[in-house]
Design a protein around this ligand. Structure first.
Ligand SMILES: [Zn+2]
Length: 285
């Protein structure tokens, strides 16, 4: 997600090919028009903001503890490790007595750039999970296009909304961050600060999960989970490891001093340059 640190790795990762910029017309791009994953063993090529996946799996719209929303986007695909992670998180959340959580965008059937909504989510190891943990009536999948996805912040965007964000959200984040497959989680800096406050006085081992939860723009109505590169995908590019420590100190203070306004929506990269292997992934039948 942080784009600048990726640049060096990207320049080294030749050969590459550039995808034509996605049209803004809503017509999609070649990746969004592919209906099915490429069959075969799961393999990831490239990084979260310039990559693709072969052998992706579809996440079922319903499972213990979770419901997938906005299925019309056709983004409920990912590496089998991601499908397994969401299943695990759902079961652990249910066992902890949490209400059902909504699962949002994962990746397209073969990954690749999304024509709208995100720069990342291209390799099938990213997923958005919504903070709305209010008890909800069950909705059939087709009726989950416009569900309530409120911000956890007050309108001033500088403070937590205590009516919406509390122990349940913290528990779900902790369950996600302590999963061994998770590389990092992005949340709004105000939410990260609330997590830090909630763990004041706890032993270092108990607060170790905070290290994986990183402040980022937006992410006040959902959190974004990124898994570690799975085994069997040598072409999967990792980000630089998260800095050591709980992240509750100087870095967070800097974010809070310069709180950016909420972006209208994450912007997709205009000209992502993908590994050459992705051309075959896109074109194969
Ligand atoms: Zn996301």
């Amino acid at each position: 997600m942080p784009v600048a640190p990726r640049l060096a790795a990207l320049l080294l990762a030749l050969p590459l090919f550039a995808l034509p910029a996605a049209a803004d017309s809503g017509a999609g791009n070649p990746w969004s028009r592919v209906g099915e994953p490429l069959a075969g063993p799961p393999r990831i090529f490239g990084g979260a903001a310039h990559g693709c996946i072969a052998g992706a799996e579809e996440l079922p719209p319903d499972g213990p503890g979770y419901e997938v929303i906005r299925l019309s986007r056709h983004r409920n695909f990912g590496h089998p490790d991601l499908v397994a992670f969401i299943g695990r998180l759902g079961r652990r959340a249910q066992a902890a007595g949490l209400p059902v959580f909504y699962v949002g965008d994962m990746a397209q059937p073969r990954g690749g750039p999304l024509p709208f909504g995100h720069a990342s989510h291209q390799t099938g190891i990213d997923v958005d999970i919504w903070f709305n943990l209010a008890p909800k009536p069950y909705l059939p999948p087709a009726q989950r296009e416009t569900v309530d996805l409120p911000s956890m912040l007050l309108a001033n965007y500088h403070q937590i909304d205590p009516a919406r964000f509390g122990a349940k959200q913290i528990e779900l984040l902790k369950l996600a961050a302590t999963d061994p497959g998770v590389e990092r989680i992005f949340v709004n800096a105000v939410i990260k600060a609330a997590l830090c406050r909630s763990m004041i006085g706890s032993a270092p081992a108990e607060r170790a999960w905070l290290e994986r939860v990183r402040p980022w723009y937006g992410h006040d109505e959902h959190f974004h989970v990124r898994l570690l590169c799975p085994a069997g995908s040598p072409g999967c590019e990792e980000q630089r490891p998260v800095p050591a420590g709980d992240g509750c100190g100087a870095e967070l203070a800097a974010w809070l001093r310069h709180l950016p306004p909420p972006p209208p929506e994450h912007s997709p990269a205009r000209h992502p340059v993908l590994p050459a292997a992705c051309r075959a992934v896109l074109g194969a039948r």
